[in-house]
Ligand binder design. Structure first.
Ligand code: XIL
Length: 660
């Protein structure tokens, strides 16, 4: 599933160097990805991610290159992270997989969400005294935010606390603890992860209205009390043509309070089927939202709630609506994609959609010669049979069943890889009568056993019924078996032709397919966007860092002060660079190599890229010029394991610096 890709880091570095410093980036003729234009102006463009979407090579290919930030879609919610009181399992919940994806691809991580009224396991709402309820909240916030300490750039600490009229929603939190639950959650989150920016997130608060005014008044009260809140998230689940006209004004009133604002869950839904006029209106809507945020200092990023149709929540939650995100069913960019690139000051090239992956069969059981590892789940009999067959002449017959859960099973732990998505297919038939056949996985993680359904269908005796479905194999399993049962009968049951398949490498595209995929008027298959993304073939490659150093017009001497605030496993770095030369530096890149496995998650005052242990920190749009004798300061947040020693040496535009 690996495809050759120029990483965001390299691409962003090219964009920055090509862009110069005193103006917004000059625009490469080849166009720029969302990630490149966003990074070049110190802005974040993000997507929600789910563990299932992470398993899709096509999703990955788009998300890897187009987004700079990733939000936990469902994996960070209470039902996933603390399903039973005090039992936290971030591997099974897969929140770790989202965080790992963020650090592996150099994206900022948005944690979502610590305290919410929805997707709560039942035990949270069980009757208990207020003091205990408060402890439930504090324990959860402390454990979850603490688990991701140093890794999350931002957290949605409290989600959706408001009613539409601006009063607080009567959730289990508000009714039992009053308004103070919000301050408690923020205070606990700050203590658990001091570096994360803490947000209050809600929907229908994009324009100036009763609800956003309730939010405004609340955050004012919180700040007045010294509660550690850093930002507000405007979710922005919008309907086409309905961007509030007061969006920018609303953003500005929050930033005027000293808060950061982010658009956290943007989608613009259209009644299906979406026609060209609606897609054009949607593009205008995306342009308006991203433009409003980018125009306000302190509005630092926009996250869309998914990448494409396949990972949008809209079709399931708003029946009749869809087409809400930047990419379509086949991961092709919608018109809104170009509008967003333009809203960030870039020149879009419509990206080529990812190739369709091939399907690889990892296991196949045709039952022609024997049971090949299949056996009984309980006391029933499992035997090879030639009395019936779906393909060939053999199958499995399960007989003597006395309980519905009995049926043929096989261990598959060694066959499947954790974190991967599989398609499991089987054929079932009853010996007589009908039964509801269920194909499932039994997964054991230590002592916890889960029964995960793959597919269910009515099986009959006169013909074979196909059962087929997706199965995401989550990490941490100690045992895994596939099995067939009938949930409403105990009669004899046949099973045949079981296959387990997964995504393989992409199917090589025919020239005509790739030509039709390049929808940019100027694009041809030989000048595809992916080719232009490689730094070595990019037209801007001639402006390599060393060239830019010699053309920087000064800066023959530099001194660096590098300090860290380390809490074990994570740290913030503070870097001050002094121009000790005789002339001004105009445009700078400070380079160093980490001594260990330090990994930068987030940075400020710089555009920082990391490749392996090598770091290149370049100026942001506003701090490129450093007068002789003057200093510039920037910082970053990083994680590590092992030791965290300081880098031994730094170069500024290729010149070695002294250490201070
Ligand atoms: C949604 C998810 O996308 C769905 O998969 C899930 O079933 C329900 O929640 N506001 C939020 C998000 O803060 O967490 C919600 O996400 C969408 C609305």
């Amino acid at each position: 599933m690996k495809r050759p890709q120029a990483g965001i880091a390299a691409a962003a570095a090219v964009a920055l160097v090509a862009g110069g410093v005193s103006v917004l980036p000059a625009l490469a003729a080849t166009g720029q990805t969302l990630a490149q234009v966003a990074t070049a102006r110190g802005f974040h463009i993000g997507t929600a991610a789910g563990v299932k979407t992470l398993a899709s090579g096509q999703w990955r290919q788009v998300a890897d290159t187009q987004f700079t930030s990733v939000t936990m879609g469902n994996e960070g919610k209470w039902d996933a992270t603390e399903p039973a009181q005090g039992q936290f399992d971030f591997a099974a919940a897969a929140a770790d997989a989202i965080a790992d994806y963020a650090s592996a691809t150099g994206k900022r991580l948005r944690g979502h969400t610590l305290v919410w009224h929805s997707q709560l396991p039942a035990w949270v709402s069980a009757d208990r005294p207020a003091a205990e309820q408060r402890q439930v909240l504090l324990d959860h916030v402390t454990a979850v935010a603490g688990h991701f300490k140093g890794r999350a750039g931002q957290w949605d600490v409290v989600n959706e606390p408001f009613n539409e009229d601006g009063t607080l929603r009567s959730s289990v939190w508000f009714t039992r603890l009053g308004e103070d639950y919000i301050a408690d959650a923020f205070t606990a989150a700050r203590a658990a992860d001091p570096a994360a920016k803490l947000f209050l997130n809600d929907y229908n608060v994009e324009g100036v209205n009763a609800k956003s005014t309730g939010l405004y008044n609340l955050v004012q009260r919180l700040k007045a009390r010294g509660v550690p809140i850093d930002g507000v998230g405007l979710q922005a689940h919008l309907i086409v043509g309905q961007v509030p006209s007061t969006l920018r004004q609303n953003i500005e009133r929050f930033t005027a309070l000293g808060l950061t604002v982010e658009i956290t869950e943007l989608d613009v839904r259209i009644p299906l089927p979406a026609d060209a006029a609606e897609l054009a209106q949607q593009a205008a809507d995306y342009r308006a939202v991203v433009g409003a945020c980018a125009a306000v200092t302190g509005c630092t990023g926009v996250t869309t709630w998914g990448v494409g149709e396949a990972d949008s929540w809209i079709p399931a939650f708003f029946p009749g609506y869809g087409a809400a995100l930047l990419f379509d069913e086949q991961w092709r960019a919608r018109p809104a994609y170009s509008a967003v690139v333009e809203a960030l000051g870039g020149t879009p090239t419509v990206p080529e959609p990812p190739a369709t992956p091939s399907l690889v069969t990892v296991a196949s059981y045709p039952f022609e010669t024997g049971l090949t590892g299949w056996g009984s789940r309980g006391g029933e009999t499992t035997a090879h049979s030639t009395a019936a067959a779906h393909g060939g002449t053999g199958s499995v017959l399960s007989s003597g069943r006395t309980a519905t859960w009995q049926g043929p099973t096989r261990p598959v732990l060694d066959i499947l890889s954790p974190g991967k998505l599989y398609t499991v297919t089987a054929w079932a038939r009853t010996a007589s009568g009908t039964g509801t056949a269920r194909l499932s996985m039994q997964r054991q993680n230590g002592t916890a056993t889960r029964y995960e359904n793959v597919s269910a269908n009515t099986a009959i005796s006169t013909t074979w019924t196909r059962l087929s479905g997706d199965y995401l194999f989550l990490p941490g399993a100690t045992a895994l078996s596939v099995y067939l049962e009938t949930t409403d009968t105990t009669g004899d049951l046949y099973l045949d032709d079981v296959t387990i398949q997964t995504e393989g490498p992409p199917v090589s595209q025919s020239p005509s397919a790739s030509a039709s995929a390049s929808r940019s008027p100027s694009a041809s298959p030989s000048a595809s966007p992916s080719a232009s993304k490689s730094p070595s073939t990019s037209p801007s490659a001639s402006r390599s860092p060393s060239t830019s150093a010699s053309s920087s017009g000064g800066g023959t001497g530099c001194a660096v002060r590098y300090t860290t605030n380390d809490w074990g496993g994570g740290f913030t770095g503070d870097v001050t660079v002094t121009n000790t030369g005789a002339t001004a530096v105009s445009g700078w890149t400070l380079r160093w190599t980490f001594a260990g496995n330090q990994r930068v998650n987030q940075s400020w005052g710089t555009t920082l890229t990391q490749t392996g242990s090598a770091v290149a920190a370049s100026n942001a749009a506003w701090n490129g010029t450093v007068a002789a004798g003057a200093s510039v300061n920037f910082g970053f947040l990083a994680g590590y394991t092992g030791a965290n020693s300081n880098p031994a040496a730094f170069t500024l535009n290729g010149t070695a610096c002294t250490l201070r």
